[in-house]
Design a binder for this molecule. Structure first.
Ligand SMILES: Nc1ncnc2c1ncn2[C@@H]1O[C@H](COP(=O)(O)OP(=O)(O)OP(=O)(O)O)[C@@H](O)[C@H]1O
Ligand SMILES: [Mg+2]
Length: 341
């Protein structure tokens, strides 16, 4: 069934199409009597797949969190069936990355924090997202990341299988959405194993890698190898998310703790760029001493004719040593391990 702007769907009038995914179209909609109050409707385009909206609805109804797109209700008996959700004015992370490429480290970490907060809350409710990817992260005008489409990983995996086993024609959007899901899927999810929250953390690792570098990891590369300049502490954070399940960052809370530590380390001037109080005191005393000894009005009194040049030479060498010390690269904080595939 082809939907068009202006069509009525239950009590809603479709305003514009926001996007299309693996099994549904998302429309901006309003009630004619409440023009300007928008909701997003997720409309099942394939009746066979409508049951999935039920799955999603069951899972998401209990999830209320500032970093999760709020489910407002559903109309599963209508033709076609649809879910009502909070309309997020902004864009998906997928679109943001397509437009801007790699994001500044601080911005990428801020968005990862929002996603991790959503995951921490959902995992606490025994809900695994199973389809964390940039297309499922919406960024509002306030810059806050909101995760959507809880519980669809299973659906997308089933769909991916059905593509292989049947000749079902898929729209470009639909195949892109499914390919997108597979790109971020953990090894255990690809193998069809029982999932826990760590599968979402793996996907978050890939999302963070992409935010930092503008691309997905290939082979065992660290973000800084794909885009020089990513700090080693951030490399480590990503690498621990991409480990095999048993070695991976075990929970969203742990990730948030690690993230806070990395941010604090990045905010702190490193030891190598901050001269110690002792060095400063030594420099001050040395400088003053040099002035006293070298000052022209002292030369005659002290009777050390060759002192000024020598003293200034020593003071100069001390300054040079300090500058070299300041320019030395940061220590790597233990150094990250390489991401596992
Ligand atoms: N609540 C919402 N508010 C505003 N825009 C939305 C909302 N939900 C989805 N969208 C837009 O619709 C697009 C399509 O969403 P949809 O979830 O159908 O596709 P997808 O995430 O690319 O694939 P998948 O079917 O795997 O979820 C999103 O990328 C986003 O731009
Ligand atoms: Mg989606």
């Amino acid at each position: 069934m082809k939907l068009c702007a202006g069509d009525l769907l239950g009590p809603f009038r479709l305003v514009s199409k926001l996007g299309e995914g693996g099994f549904a179209e998302v429309w901006k909609a309003e009630r004619p009597e409440e023009a300007g109050v928008f909701e997003a409707l997720k409309v099942a385009t394939d009746p066979e797949l409508a049951r999935q909206l039920r799955t999603e609805e069951k899972l998401r109804r209990r999830l209320v969190h500032p970093n999760i797109v709020r489910l407002l209700g559903e109309n599963l008996e209508s033709t076609p069936p649809f879910l009502r959700m909070e309309f997020v004015e902004g864009k998906s992370l997928e679109l943001l990355l397509a437009e801007r490429g790699p994001l500044p480290v601080g911005e990428a970490l801020g968005l990862a924090e929002g996603i991790a907060r959503a995951l921490s809350y959902a995992h606490g409710q025994q809900v695994v997202h199973a389809d964390v990817k940039p297309g499922n992260v919406l960024i509002g005008k306030d810059g806050i990341a909101k995760l959507t489409d809880f519980g669809l990983g299973q659906v997308t995996r089933d769909l991916a299988r059905s593509i292989v086993h049947s000749m079902t024609a898929m729209s470009d959007e639909r195949s892109r959405a499914i390919a997108g899901t597979l790109d971020y899927m953990s090894p255990e999810q690809r193998e069809g194993k029982e999932l826990d929250g760590r599968a979402d953390l793996y996907a978050l690792g890939k999302v963070l890698y992409r935010m930092l570098t503008g691309r997905l990891p290939t082979g065992l590369r660290l973000p800084s190898e794909a885009l020089p300049g990513v700090p080693p502490q951030v490399d480590g954070l990503v690498a621990r998310l991409l480990e095999a399940r048993d070695d991976r960052t075990p929970s969203a809370e742990r990730f948030l703790e690690e993230l806070a530590a990395v941010r604090a380390a990045l905010a702190r001037p490193s030891r190598s760029t901050q001269p110690s109080t002792r060095t400063l005191a030594l420099l001050l005393v040395g400088g003053l001493g040099a002035l006293v000894v070298a000052a022209p009005w002292e030369r005659g009194a002290l009777g050390v004719a060759s002192a000024p040049r020598l003293v200034w030479l020593v003071a100069g060498a001390a300054m040079l040593a300090l500058v070299l010390r300041t320019l030395r690269p940061l220590p790597s904080d233990g150094g990250p391990r390489r991401p596992q595939r």
